[in-house]
Design a protein around this ligand. Structure first.
Ligand code: CA
Length: 545
């Protein structure tokens, strides 16, 4: 707590210097608090967000430190959104700067602890519990203190929803039912049009399109300098054979992500016989020049992860990403209000380029699908620090519930104030401020992400569009923590990536796959799979009790 006090007094000095000491706006710190102010706003009528000037928290309001994950910024105490949130829940909101060089784990290791934190991956939960960071949040408490949240989890949560943050029979946070769609397949429409090609629907048709992209000079420069695809589309090829083998936005396969079968039994897709069929196909495509040989170094060469420089720079004609990375809500590629970050960049580099979205191609047995992220996400947890003050815990439950019961509040927490942080458009709300600047204003600091109710109410255009242009999804599965996993997963990662890359790029023969499978099993793969299956079955039985 001492660290927080020091931080508080430092930031107070900063505010006084910057604002010429307008202490009246900060009742908490000047003891000029009007005690009736918080009780009015805490009641939280829906109009309280917009009706009157927010006054900030009361003098005795507890401090609440909330870290959203990997990109928190320190909030400006004087920002209007911050004061609105503080008034409504009677807290003094603090956040830390967290980024790649200033990580949450380093700060936790240094003895600092927020009150609320978003856990990046459920596999981190055992260590956070053992390290005394996370505090149990019984599901019964969530049900009682955040009834609207709980109702939404019952309505929209998947079958394994409550296993996301369960460890040794106790619940350690509030998972959120997320509105997600699978990856979309983006083709260069100008290339398809030039070569008079239709969007492919099967693996065979896709192969023909890729072949044309390589041999028929789609960019019209008279040179043989284009390829069909690279690593970000691998997931759709494995998907056509029923497997979730994905690279996401990275150039390596995410070996740590197991697949959940339709029978709720998890497994490693990497060693399945179907994987050998896909590798055979990809090795053949590579040999024929359909796959960019530089897939090994990845489609992205820096900057925002989901940019595909190979796609933007006329090297490949097909990539995979989330629909909104390119288009917000609809297939209009002429209105820049409808551009996502990747489309803006593509048009900047290549103004004549255009895109079309296809469905994932069907494989020999009619299967298809692309990578999809968690259906339960934004794993938000309270720490042992929070539980030192019951008011902090109760304020958190109220904030959680408000995000599900009051969409004006949810919009404020996620988008901010209209015409300051976002504007209306035919495609739904469009941000006019981004990144760190937005977070300093208190936006995207205490929200719960694109939950199902949020998305249906605030961004229905985006939801409709995303669902229209994507097909089947292979959803991410949060494997329960088992000790064998942490011990062996790094070995399995390098083993698998080495084998898959070598086979695809024709450096190893197809039959090397069988040797790889044996190695994978012996290096811990077999025992992890068994342990995760047993633990998952145990949790399922417990949840169904
Ligand atoms: Ca060319």
């Amino acid at each position: 707590m001492r660290k927080f006090k020091k931080l508080l007094s430092l930031s107070l000095v900063g505010i006084m210097l910057l604002s010429g000491c307008q202490g009246g706006d900060k009742p908490k710190k000047t003891d000029e608090s009007k005690s009736e102010a918080p009780s009015e706003s805490v009641q939280g009528s829906q109009e309280s967000n917009t009706d009157k000037e927010p006054t900030g928290p009361s003098a005795d309001a507890p401090m609440m430190t909330w870290i959203v994950g990997n990109t928190s910024a320190e909030v400006d105490d004087d920002a209007e959104v911050v004061k609105m949130i503080e008034s409504r829940f009677n807290i003094d909101l603090k956040t830390w700067r967290v980024d790649d060089t200033n990580t949450l784990s380093v700060r936790l290791a240094g003895g600092e602890m927020p009150d609320v934190m978003v856990v990046g991956n459920s596999s981190e939960i055992p260590n956070l519990v053992k390290g005394g960071v996370l505090h149990e949040m019984p599901i019964e408490d969530l049900k009682e203190k955040a009834p609207n949240y709980y109702k939404a989890t019952e309505e929209y949560g998947e079958s394994l929803f409550w296993s996301s943050m369960l460890y040794e029979g106790k619940n350690y946070g509030a998972p959120q039912p997320m509105q997600n769609v699978p990856m979309a397949m983006f083709y260069r429409k100008d290339w398809l049009d030039k070569l008079n090609l239709e969007l492919p629907t099967t693996i065979e048709e896709l192969e023909n399109v890729l072949e044309a992209f390589v041999t028929q000079d789609p960019d019209g420069d008279g040179q043989n300098n284009t390829y069909g695809m690279a690593e970000r589309t691998f997931n759709a090829i494995f998907g056509a054979y029923g497997l979730r083998c994905v690279t996401g936005g990275s150039k390596a396969f995410k070996v740590e992500e197991m697949q959940l079968g339709d029978d709720n039994i998890p497994f490693f897709p990497w060693i399945r016989p179907e994987a050998k069929e896909v590798l055979t196909l990809l090795a053949n495509w590579y040999n024929r020049g359909l796959i960019d040989p530089e897939f090994v170094t990845g489609e992205n060469t820096g900057g925002y992860t989901w940019l595909s420089h190979s796609f933007m720079n006329n090297k490949i004609g097909l990539t995979c990403a989330q629909p909104y990375h390119y288009l917000v809500a609809g297939t209009d590629t002429t209105d820049s209000d409808n551009y996502g970050i990747c489309m803006t960049e593509l048009k900047g580099v290549n103004p004549d380029a255009d895109i079309a979205i296809g469905l994932p191609p069907k494989g020999p047995k009619g299967q298809s699908g692309t990578e999809a992220w968690n259906k339960s996400g934004r794993l938000t947890a309270l720490t042992t620090q929070a539980f030192k003050d019951e008011r902090v815990v109760n304020a958190f439950y109220a904030m959680l519930d408000a995000y599900y019961s009051d969409m004006d509040y949810a919009r404020l927490a996620n988008y901010g104030i209209e015409d300051v942080h976002w504007k209306k458009s035919p495609y739904g709300p469009v941000r006019i401020m981004e990144g760190t600047q937005l977070r300093e204003q208190g936006v995207l600091q205490v929200d719960f992400g694109s939950t199902v109710p949020f998305s249906m109410n605030i961004t229905p255009e985006k939801v409709k569009f995303g669902e229209e242009v994507t097909g089947n999804g292979y959803w991410r599965y949060n494997a329960p923590a088992v000790p064998e996993f942490a011990e062996n997963i790094d070995t399995l990662k390098s083993l698998t990536n080495q084998a898959f890359f070598d086979i695809i790029s024709n450096q190893k023969p197809i039959d090397y796959f069988d040797e790889f499978v044996e190695e994978f099993k012996n290096a811990g793969g077999e025992s992890i799979e068994k342990a995760v299956q047993e633990e998952q079955a145990r949790i399922l039985a417990e949840l169904n009790q």
